[in-house]
Design a protein around this ligand. Sequence first.
Ligand code: MCN
Ligand code: CUM
Length: 791
Amino acid sequence: MRTDTSNSGNGSGEKQCYSVGRSMKRKEDPRFLTGNGNYVDDIRLPGMLSMVIVHSPYPHARIRSIDKTAALAVPGVKAVITGEDLVAANLGWLPTFHGFDKQMVLAVGKVLFQHQEVAAVFADTREAALDAAELVEVDYDPLDPVTTPFDAMKDEVILRDDRDHKTNHIYHWESGDRGGTDAALDGAEITVNERVYAPRCHPAPLEPCGCVAQFDAMGRLHFHVTSQAPHVYRTAISLVTGIPEDKIRVVAPDIGGGFGNKVPVYPGYVCAIVGALILKTPVKWIETRTENLTTTGFARDYHMDVTIGANKDGTVTALKVRTVADHGAFDAAADPTQYPAGMFGIVTGSYDFPVAFTELDAYFTNKAPGGVAYRCSFRVTEASYAIERGMDILARKLDMDPADLRRKNFVHKDAFPYQSALGFTYDSGDYAGTLDKALTQIGYADLRKEQAEKRARGEYMGIGISTFTEVVGAGPSKHFDILGIKMFDSAEIRIHPTGTGIVRAGTKSQGQGHETTWAQIVSEELGLDAENILVEEGDTDTAPYGLGTYASRSTPVAGAAIALAARRVREKAKKVAAHLLEASPDDIEWTDHTFQVMGAPDRSVTMKDVAFAAYTNPGEGNEPGLEASLYYDPPNMTFPHGAYIAVVDVDADTGEVKVRRFLAVDDCGTVINPMIVEGQVHGGLTEGFAIAFMQEIPYDEQGNNLAPNFMEYLIPTAVESPVWETGSTVTPSPHHPIGAKGVGESPNVGSPAAFVNAVMDALAPLGVTHIDMPLTREKVWRAVRDARGAA
Ligand code: MCN
Ligand code: CUM
């Protein structure tokens, strides 16, 4: 498949610029690096108003009244809208994507979390809107807040008046064999149990969320928005507002990072559309950093009880994981309808558990709407953290090397397709091969020797392993939908007469490099120069309908659609080639990226020749032109995997952790662009590092958000970040047209456990078994102090 092995990018002198497997430089980067990206906030339209949202200072309070008078008196202010205004227009509530809940657009009756949206102000300038927002007088009657799911489950205070069910319980979800698992755990020679918490955190993309809403002279809505899923937005906006879908154009322009934050539809979007409609002029809304960190796109907040049963030799016999989930005031998760807890069922990980059971109960609390995402593949980060911590705790109890324990229990590479105890069919993998490669690459045996020497000297060095299995590519239409829309994806390819072309897809890059990798797929399939394949995404007027970019689904789903659409183009081209070569189409074969007459390789034409002929001389009976479109319904998910190893030194007196080395060996099947994959891995590891050591959005007992800015919510810079080492193995997906699996979230799924395992390994001599993330200096220091005190 790979014909051009150059690793040197798209420099001059290379004849063939196509092919999968080449580290072609990112086509989008010249635009970004020269400051020529086009983001939502770059849009300036005549008469455009600025919208500013008024937020609640209280986490839980009745709204007695709202007085707009003073705000409306500010020069330049055009309107102030409240929840009551929206309810009157039948726009009071938004559906959330997975359909389990709905969310207030602007608070009516009660506010349910600190910073909740209460009113929207529209003015000529942002300054005027900000001034007026401070003058919107809201009379609140504060109520006691419920800030943990454990308090919420008592149902002493019912948070949501709007629901028929008078309980804070949102849903119960379970999977697996409860009775069989309990029996196996009862009979197990060894069991370990630990409550691990994946703290509430936030994706915090550099560009916050925002939109520009504009109705044109014909009454058509043009909506530019930071969206990872523009088509779903179009349908959702139509369903919420009643505007016919053909009268809506959603455009996601350049996006400065999404990480899951830009999947849901937010109240600000609805308000901006309402403002543009009633004021008959364009409206812009751009979040501040604090608004982003306090109202949109929270992740995690899972309290997981992990129990593993095993034989004395280390063979695992059963897994049970019970989770209490804190979803905040509204269940804003964007999970597929049939998966309220996302893909959490991957919690058996890379191990051959004969039996397993997992259950989850989700609750409302007075926190911002939760359960959204953060480079998570729909809850796989939580699941992977739970099992990888659990396996390490078991290894410690058995006094086994954590690498040996894992190897002993891996799903064997000949066992694929593998049916997991929780119902997934893993497509392919070579877990032992990947782990062994990682152990060799990092010099594991030597590191263990060094550790033993250091321990003898009273120094705390730790080595942490995580051998995770990811599940991405949502998803097969049999099981996967969002708002009822099946989770296929799509591609449309047009080849121009001169042998260049355009490919459009239903996905939307936010930094992942689709403009490059999609061109590489087309180039590989058609033998055309990837430099001259334009990639366009994100405009619902031109792109075919697709479900968007999240859950690392773009390569598994849209990538497959692109490859198959290209093959459709090739089939059409073959008839034209036959005409040019004066042969029967049955005698034409596609070899070395050219059409050849079978058995006569000197009689050949290139795709470029054929493209020109398709418009100038297609041949009798052949359809002119050269294009195809295709909608792809994946037969299964793809299951990437990896082996990650962290090496840390802990200063037991100060709690400081130094990550000395970190190696990530990833297997995402066929790699389209190794450089882009490496970049994805670096980015995801940096986020995983942040989650392990510094990031949390905590709430105090009064319901105050304690990390509403970058002073409190920390983003690692190059100074803190370790130097990442990477490696790869390739186990192609058997059901994907080019064998590719997703990779975008693997590093964030796999790395937190490796970091925490490393720190626990360092502190093992003190008897510390677990510290919840983030492992701040203070927490590590306290754990060491307590352990020493107990000794
Ligand atoms: N790729 C490849 N070969 C493979 C797999 C992937 O060359 N075998 C390439 C792809 O073609 C694509 C990139 O790697 O250019 C990521 O592909 P994929 O794993 O399919 O993930 P998506 O494109 O669907 O991206 C989504 C994923 C998610 S869900 C989050 S969250 C995240 C992530 O991507 N958000 C990101 N990486 C991000 N990177 C940036 N810069 N910004 C974000 O917001
Ligand atoms: Cu789960 S974050 Mo990504 O799916 O956009």
